[in-house]
Design a protein around this ligand. Structure first.
Ligand SMILES: [Cu+2]
Length: 285
């Protein structure tokens, strides 16, 4: 119970943070959900209410028309938040069943989620991992929904739909929820060799029509430059992957050293839904 209480307190903290960010990312109705993703719905709404404080706004509008004293309003808000947090914890106990991400070399928001998801309010992040810090400050949903960085209906015309400088957010997918992924700077990178493997975890058994895997050209410095399409070299376009949980792609480069970004596009098979992943890497062997 102590664990649950502590976790609830963390979630509560997240919700309070969200109070000052009213209006962000709460477009639940604007998202296209798919049949059979019931867990996803619940999880999604739950996560959004944590991070945006939407329950509070709802209460303001519908439960307190008479504007009772400030203290009373805050007390009610707090108890509602604890209730919501505990309910969401119960939901979180189930397996995730939505979309997917590149787990190795980890894409930017998944990487931040793994390192800081259980400690996202730790101010030490600002110094220890400043790119993740700016991402959490911009919008925690980018991490909680790390598996949902997708665009529907692009028809494979990725360069037309995604402007230069916005590749890592999928062209400001989900109304810009992931725009912090485009921030230029010293993201934590995964050490790799010139022979490496990209590992996609498909949490929804979507399958893949294909994966496109690019790498930034030699000489491109992702710590100081925004990524343009012309900075990318195509390493491979795969064939289909039948629905499963893990798809791996073996890749070979030669003579690469230092920093680069692996850019992966996952064209899922259940509908015209494409995912975009920037994975920061450091060639060390
Ligand atoms: Cu999906």
């Amino acid at each position: 119970m102590a664990v649950i209480a502590a976790a609830a307190k963390r979630q509560l903290g997240g919700a309070w943070t969200g109070l000052s960010r009213a209006g962000r990312g709460s477009d639940i109705v604007g998202k296209v959900f798919e049949p059979g993703e019931v867990t996803y719905h619940r999880r999604h709404m739950c996560e959004r209410s944590h991070a945006t404080g939407s329950p509070n706004r709802k209460m303001d509008h519908h439960m307190h028309p008479h504007r009772s004293s400030l203290a009373r309003r805050w007390a009610v808000r707090a108890s509602a938040l604890v209730t919501a947090a505990v309910a969401c914890l119960a939901t979180w106990a189930g397996p995730a069943s939505a979309h997917g991400s590149i787990v190795d070399p980890a894409n930017r928001n998944y990487s931040c989620y793994v390192r800081w998801g259980s400690d996202f309010q730790n101010p030490a992040m600002a110094q220890q991992d400043p790119m993740c810090w700016q991402a959490w400050q911009d919008n925690p949903l980018a991490m909680w929904n790390y598996m949902s960085l997708y665009r529907n209906g692009l028809g494979g015309n990725f360069q037309a739909g995604i402007p230069d400088g916005q590749l890592c957010s999928g062209g400001r997918a989900d109304n810009g929820s992931y725009k912090s992924m485009d921030t230029v700077g010293n993201w934590k990178a995964t050490d790799i060799g010139n022979s490496f493997t990209v590992n996609l975890r498909d949490l929804a058994n979507h399958g893949a029509d294909y994966l496109l895997v690019y790498i930034t050209r030699p000489g491109f410095d992702p710590t100081t430059q925004a990524i343009k399409w012309s900075d990318l070299q195509l390493l491979t376009k795969t064939g289909r992957f039948s629905p499963g949980q893990n798809y791996t792609v073996n890749l070979n480069t030669s003579g690469r050293t230092g920093r680069a970004v692996v850019y992966t596009i996952w064209q899922a098979s259940h509908m015209d839904q494409a995912f975009f992943f920037c994975s920061d890497v450091n060639f060390v062997r």
